[in-house]
Design a protein around this ligand. Structure first.
Ligand SMILES: NC(=O)c1ccc[n+]([C@@H]2O[C@H](COP(=O)([O-])OP(=O)(O)OC[C@H]3O[C@@H](n4cnc5c(N)ncnc54)[C@H](OP(=O)(O)O)[C@@H]3O)[C@@H](O)[C@H]2O)c1
Length: 166
């Protein structure tokens, strides 16, 4: 299964200055639990924004260059070509869970192929955001609110989107 996972603000804000905008520990926990032991796929900027290579997950990074800010190990595979990445992930997702974890460029690439999305919808805005989640064609998805949460006076909910089958 091919799954996208992201946390977004009211205007679909994803990040600014190559960092997340909101840091919510419940959201981090949700991310860790969902992606544990799965394959995680990301752009090079998102890879560089990780504090470290995450344990128990195979990382696949899209990059044409070598501008990595941490040493790569056997859990990290770099793919240079977008189409090669897409076909590789589609094939892999027939056998296991493949999570697209960002950033904006990767969500855009995989929107049409994703079977499921987990979006943390945060009740906050940031007009200084410089990357946004792509538009969702609501009629293509079955939407389920998994839970409603609050942390540091910020309200948010976890929403699952499953692609409607024709
Ligand atoms: N809120 C969330 O859930 C969430 C999740 C993830 C990320 N983010 C945020 O999103 C932002 C990063 O997103 P982003 O879209 O700017 O960057 P990104 O998708 O993480 O990475 C972009 C990089 O991916 C590589 N890439 C992209 N398209 C490519 C292509 N067609 N062919 C080859 N390589 C390609 C390039 O790497 P090279 O330059 O090395 O070639 C490019 O610079 C950060 O602010 C991050 O914190 C938010």
């Amino acid at each position: 299964m091919l799954i996208m996972i992201a946390a977004v603000g009211k205007k679909n804000e994803l990040g600014k200055d190559n960092q997340l905008i909101w840091r919510l520990s419940k959201d981090m926990k949700f991310f860790r639990e969902r992606t544990k032991n799965a394959v995680i796929v990301m752009g090079r900027k998102t890879f560089n924004s990780l504090p470290k290579i995450l344990p128990n997950r195979r990382h696949i990074v899209l990059s044409k260059g070598k501008d990595f800010n941490k040493e790569l190990d056997e859990n990290v595979t770099v793919i240079e070509d977008k189409n090669q990445l897409i076909s590789y992930c589609k094939e892999l997702s027939k056998k296991e869970e493949v999570f697209i974890i960002g950033g904006a460029s990767l969500y855009g690439m995989f929107m049409e192929f994703a079977d499921r999305m987990y979006l943390t919808r945060i009740e906050a805005e940031d007009c200084a955001a410089d990357v946004y989640f792509p538009e969702i064609e609501e009629n293509k998805w079955e939407k389920t609110v998994l839970s409603e949460e609050e942390e540091n006076e910020i309200r948010f909910c976890f929403v699952e989107y499953s692609r409607k089958r024709a």
